[in-house]
Design a protein around this ligand. Structure first.
Ligand SMILES: Nc1nc2c(ncn2[C@@H]2O[C@H](COP(=O)(O)OP(=O)(O)OP(=O)(O)O)[C@@H](O)[C@H]2O)c(=O)[nH]1
Ligand SMILES: [Mg+2]
Length: 239
């Protein structure tokens, strides 16, 4: 069983080495890590490149075109599938997603097609998130669930575990989101294909190092994308 952890990065030099080490310390058999970096000006990719030279299970996917969380994630997924991954885990580099949940996520794949590390189910916790961020998240989830007809508590979580077949049927090459809204697009496509999505509680720790890349502009583009996805579905452009 080949497991790939896919991490999109942009300017995460303070976090990436720690994260890679914590994942490798889990000592999961046949586990690979692929970092999809957009030529980060802070040199994140150089750190990954150095680690990858010492550890053949760590891979750098250095992207010089089509910058964005979405297109990086899409290329990362394609890389994992091409490399023969049976299981793909997607997570952020900012240490908000604790690798300790990875073994449980893999185990839970026996009960569902897509496992989601959730901040909004019984047993979840959020550390260091401001009240305003929580309020925005609450309404964002309400809006996304209503428009896209989902029943997911934490639609914005980028901590996920997929079976190969699930990801293959979602077909990463057809994903259209350039930015962080890719996480909702993937959920919508999983839902349309009738996949079982299971949320497991996590303790989410707000980033303490590096800067968030999520600004007002990205949020606005993301909310518009939700309407666009619904529209494309209605006119039969999304299956
Ligand atoms: N490849 C790539 N990765 C990106 C890009 N923007 C953000 N990322 C990565 O995507 C992940 C999530 O980005 P964050 O900035 O933490 O955004 P967020 O988690 O939605 O928001 P916060 O809660 O504020 O941290 C991190 O690993 C980032 O490094 C990008 O343009 N390209
Ligand atoms: Mg983050």
């Amino acid at each position: 069983m080949k497991t790939y952890v896919m991490i999109p990065t942009y300017n995460e030099k303070e976090n990436i080495a720690n994260l890679i080490n914590s994942i490798l310390n889990l000592k999961i058999k046949n586990l690979h890590i692929v970092v999809a970096d957009d030529n980060s000006p802070d040199g994140t990719w150089k750190i990954v490149n150095k680690i990858s030279k010492k550890n053949k299970n760590v891979h750098l996917l250095l992207r010089k075109k089509n910058k964005g969380r979405g297109s990086g994630g899409r290329d990362g997924f394609i890389y994992c599938l091409k490399s023969g991954a049976d299981i793909v885990i997607e997570m952020d580099a900012d240490m908000s997603h604790d690798p300790k949940y990875i073994p449980l996520m893999i185990k839970e794949l026996n009960n569902a097609d897509l496992i989601l590390g959730s901040r909004r189910v019984k047993g979840s916790k959020e550390i260091g998130r401001s009240l305003i961020r929580r309020i925005i998240t609450y309404f964002a989830n309400l809006y996304i669930n209503i428009v896209l007809g989902l029943n997911v508590k934490d639609c914005n979580s980028g901590f996920r575990c997929y079976r190969r077949e699930t990801l293959k049927k979602i077909n990463p090459s057809n994903l259209i989101s350039k930015g962080p809204e890719i996480v909702q697009e993937v959920l919508f496509k999983a839902h349309l294909r009738g996949f079982k999505i299971k949320e497991i509680p996590i303790t989410f720790i707000n980033r303490t190092k590096g800067k968030s890349k999520l600004g007002i502009k990205q949020l606005a583009i993301g909310y518009f994308m939700i309407l666009k996805l619904k529209f494309l579905k209605l006119i039969g452009e999304i299956l």
